[in-house]
Design a protein around this ligand. Structure first.
Ligand code: PHE
Length: 349
């Protein structure tokens, strides 16, 4: 049998094969157990030692060459077929995805929306301020002068650029500067909330360098601590869906409120889980108080005529409490599986 003839035939058949199936049957026809080239190898046993060597070597070379060509041809054919398929298919990127593939709403986004809804129903409108603030708005106007110890507690990130008072810009440490921006630009009565991102040099399972707060500010001529407490209690009942929520207000200190308080909600541990609203343990959720007259004056308003209250609430903290989440960092590491498990369907908000 002529080796080169068999090889030539095989190669010309290969040339004509244009899909996986025909290449596969060609491989079987020539190189399979009963294949033509395999047969040639089998016929070696009838030859003389001398001929075995010569013929054997040429059959092996032919086998190798065919194998190599089959592999490259198969790769080329696959590539060609894929390219042809791609050029025929087009994707309509404006086509809406099936409902089952819709994304999830991040728990913080859900809280954002709920907080705005609840305070919106109480008559608060939404104000906004930038993440990059002046030293004046973030500290000085809020009665936190330079060298005040409260600055140490709110250590933050400073930028190289300086503002018009020659102080470096800061990433705001709380949403309270929005109080200043609003009071400087609006005449009372003022009734706003300001949700947004805030920053501090803190990082562990309950603190993240970037976190979220919502500020509240009400200024009129007769606001008092009772109004503040009533609104905050109503907010918490609504947000946590607990009607007889047990809360307490503890005296506290903030340079920009006087008197100041912190609000705690009661909880207990049942079956290793936090049960909110009752029990003898307390969780702090916000700071609040009557706006310090000094702050009202700093904003060029008459503190003998106007008074009001303010509060600042940690959005990440109340989200963790509401949904039983334990590590604040999981909010921000962008893990899609986590979001699938803890996110909310867009239809249910
Ligand atoms: N800005 C305060 C903080 O971040 C919270 C607060 C806001 C307290 C408004 C009182 C009034 O800790």
């Amino acid at each position: 049998m002529d080796v080169s003839k068999v090889l030539k035939e095989a190669l010309s058949e290969l040339e004509k094969s244009n899909n996986d199936d025909s290449i596969q049957s060609l491989r079987v026809k020539y190189l399979g157990k009963k294949g033509l080239i395999t047969d040639l190898l089998k016929s070696l046993k009838d030859l003389s030692v001398e001929d075995k060597k010569k013929f054997g070597a040429s059959v092996n070379l032919a086998k190798e060459e065919l194998l190599k060509k089959i592999n490259t041809h198969s790769l080329e054919i696959n590539k060609k077929n894929i390219n042809e398929k791609l050029s025929k298919e087009s994707i309509d990127i404006t086509f809406p995805p099936p409902i089952s593939q819709l994304g999830k709403l991040h728990p913080i986004s859900k809280t954002y929306k709920e907080v705005i809804d609840i305070f919106g129903n109480m008559g608060f409108s939404v104000a906004e301020g930038p993440d990059i603030e002046t030293d004046f708005n973030n500290f000085t106007a809020l009665n936190i002068p330079e060298d005040h110890p409260a600055r140490e507690m709110q250590d933050t990130f400073y930028l190289n650029e300086k503002d018009e008072l020659d102080k470096p810009f800061v990433l705001r440490t709380h949403t309270s500067p929005v109080q200043i921006r609003t009071m400087m630009n609006t005449k009372p009565p003022i009734k706003i909330i300001a949700p947004g991102r805030t920053y501090r040099c803190d990082s562990d399972s309950t603190h993240s360098p970037m976190f979220h707060q919502v500020e509240g500010l009400l200024i009129n001529e007769d606001a008092n601590m009772g109004h503040l407490k009533g609104n905050l209690i109503n907010f918490c009942k609504d947000f946590f869906h607990i009607n007889d929520l047990k809360v307490r207000f503890r005296p506290s200190y903030f340079p920009f409120t006087e008197p100041s308080a912190e609000m705690d909600i009661a909880y207990s541990i049942v079956d290793n889980k936090i049960k909110l609203g009752e029990g003898d343990k307390w969780l702090e959720i916000l700071g609040c108080g009557m706006v310090n007259p000094k702050v009202i004056e700093n904003c060029k308003m008459d503190s003998s005529k106007f008074q009001g209250y303010a509060f600042g609430l940690g959005l990440d903290r109340i989200t963790m409490l509401k949904h039983g989440l334990t590590d604040i960092r999981s909010f921000f590491n962008g893990n899609n599986n986590w979001l699938k498990a803890n996110g909310f369907s867009l239809g249910r908000i």
